[in-house]
Design a binder for this molecule. Structure first.
Ligand code: ADP
Ligand code: C5P
Ligand code: MG
Length: 206
């Protein structure tokens, strides 16, 4: 708890000292950990723009763009879409939003995503929220999501969990080493989890 408070205090100081750049919070966690659900509540309460990398890719997939079929096949297989596509979708969304505080949900998923964002958008995140959830619970939530997603089935879910462990956890470790990660236990009701998130955002004073 003392360590947690030190991390927040450090992030709060940095957040208020350099405000020319947008404020960027990366929101990570395994598939079904509740990232999107919590982002909606954070965005409402703290007036962030919520940009979900997965939602942007699904929109691109449905828009008959030249990359649509490729994106569909990659998502269905639980793999990661080439970073250039995702980062360009995020860059456009950031620039057209009119906001200066962003929750970037489900990104970066791998090292290539991370490096590409830093290169193309040119900023590092101020904070990384990590929703930590047991696999069993994530599987249950994803299989009950009922949004007609091509990847919410047990076969793709198994692949997504492997991709999460192999490619996404190292990104979380990278930001942990930089003192940027706030790990939140994602078990509990939506409101119980939000009760744990709220003080983190409130302490940032942005
Ligand atoms: P993610 O964006 O991390 O994949 P979602 O926010 O879409 O996860 O949540 C996955 C599913 O679990 C959704 O159907 C959502 O309504 C549900 N859900 C989210 N948070 C909780 C929670 N704390 N307890 C139970 N179900 C949850
Ligand atoms: O975050 P979400 O669950 O919406 O992501 C769904 C899928 O979109 C991922 O499993 C992956 O195939 C793709 N995705 C990606 N790169 C990201 C975010 C999502 O390739 N940064
Ligand atoms: Mg989501």
């Amino acid at each position: 708890m003392a360590f947690f408070k030190t991390v927040i205090a450090k992030l709060a100081t940095e957040a208020s000292s350099n405000r020319c750049n947008p404020f960027i919070a990366f929101v990570l966690g395994g598939p079904g950990s509740g990232k999107g659900t919590q982002c909606v509540k954070i965005a409402e309460t703290f007036r962030f723009a919520h940009l979900s990398a997965g939602d942007l890719l699904r929109e691109e997939m449905s828009s008959n763009s030249e990359n649509g079929t490729m994106i569909h096949d990659i998502i269905k297989d639980g793999k990661i879409v080439p970073s250039e596509i995702t980062v360009n979708l995020l860059r456009k969304a950031i620039h057209s939003s009119g906001n200066h505080k962003f929750l970037i949900d489900g990104f970066p998923r791998n090292e290539e995503n991370r490096i590409s964002f830093e290169r193309i958008v040119g900023v590092e995140p101020d904070i990384v929220l990590f929703f930590d959830c047991p696999e069993e619970e994530m599987v249950k939530r994803v299989l009950n999501r009922n949004q007609g997603r091509v990847d919410d089935n047990i076969d793709t879910m198994k692949k997504r969990l492997e991709v999460f462990k192999k490619l996404n956890l190292p990104v979380i470790d990278y930001y942990s080493a930089k003192g940027k990660v706030c790990k939140i236990n994602a078990v509990g009701t939506v409101n119980e989890v939000f009760e744990k998130v709220q003080p983190v955002l409130a302490a940032l004073r942005i």
